[in-house]
Design a binder for this molecule. Sequence first.
Ligand SMILES: [Mg+2]
Ligand SMILES: [Zn+2]
Length: 255
Amino acid sequence: MTTPIPKQLVVYDFDWSFVDQDTDRWILEVLSTPLRRELQTLNEEGKMQYTDIVAHCVAKLQATVGSSRQEIEDALRSLPVHPAMKRAVLALKAASYPQTTLFCLSNSNQVFIDVILKHHNLTDLFTRITTNNSHWNEDGKLIITRRIAPDAPKQHGCKIGCSANMCKGEELEAFLAEKKLAGDDYSRVIYVGDGGNDFCPLLRLRSTDLALVRKGFELEQRIKKEGGLKCQVKYWTMGWEIEEHYAEGGIARQL
Ligand SMILES: [Mg+2]
Ligand SMILES: [Zn+2]
C-alpha cells in the first residue's frame, strides 16, 4: 500500500514578500517623485481608501506626467526580486515531496503582478492570483479598481482591520474551501507575508501551519501586539533566509 503524497499550500503576499519592494510606491518612485509624495500624503491623511489612492496617482501619472504603458511596464520590470526567493519557489515547484500549490494573495493589482512574473519567466508559478483588478483600456491607460467595488452588494464582513477593498482572511478561506470541494486538502499551509493586512489570514491558520513573517514590517508588530495566532511563526529578513526555512522545514525536497 502506498501512502499518498501530502499536499501543501504556500501562500505568498506580493509586495515586500515575494518581491523586494512595494509595486505601487516603486512605479511612482521610478517615474514621478511629486506623485510618490502625493501617495504618501493622501495615505497619511486617511480620507481615501488605499486602492483608490493608487488608482488616482497612476491615472495622474499618465494624464499629467504622460508616462506611457512602456514606461510603466519598464518600471515594473526594474523592480527588485531577490534571486534566492526565485530559487526557493522554483525548488518548491520542482520538489516531489510534498506536492506544493502556490497561491498569491496581494493588495497590488493584476497587471503589476503579471508584468513582473512574466519578466522573471514565472507566469505559471501561481495556481491563483487574488488581487485588485486592473487592465489597459482602449486608450492605452492603466485602470485600477478595488477587488470588492465600493458599490458591490456583498462587502466583506471582516472586523479586524482589513481595508474595504479585500479581506485576505476571507479570500484564503474561500480558496481553501473551493480546493477542498475539488479534492485538494492541504496538510500544511505556509504563509509568507510582511504587511498589516496579512495578520487576518494568519489568525485563521492551524497549529500545523507555518507563518514566515518578514522582520521589521507591520505584520511583526501586529503579531507582537495583538497575538492570538495558533500557527507556528518563523522570521526572515531577506530571500535567502526563506530558502533556508524551506530546506530546514522539509518544505521542498526530492523523494
Ligand atoms: Mg506585503
Ligand atoms: Zn480580514
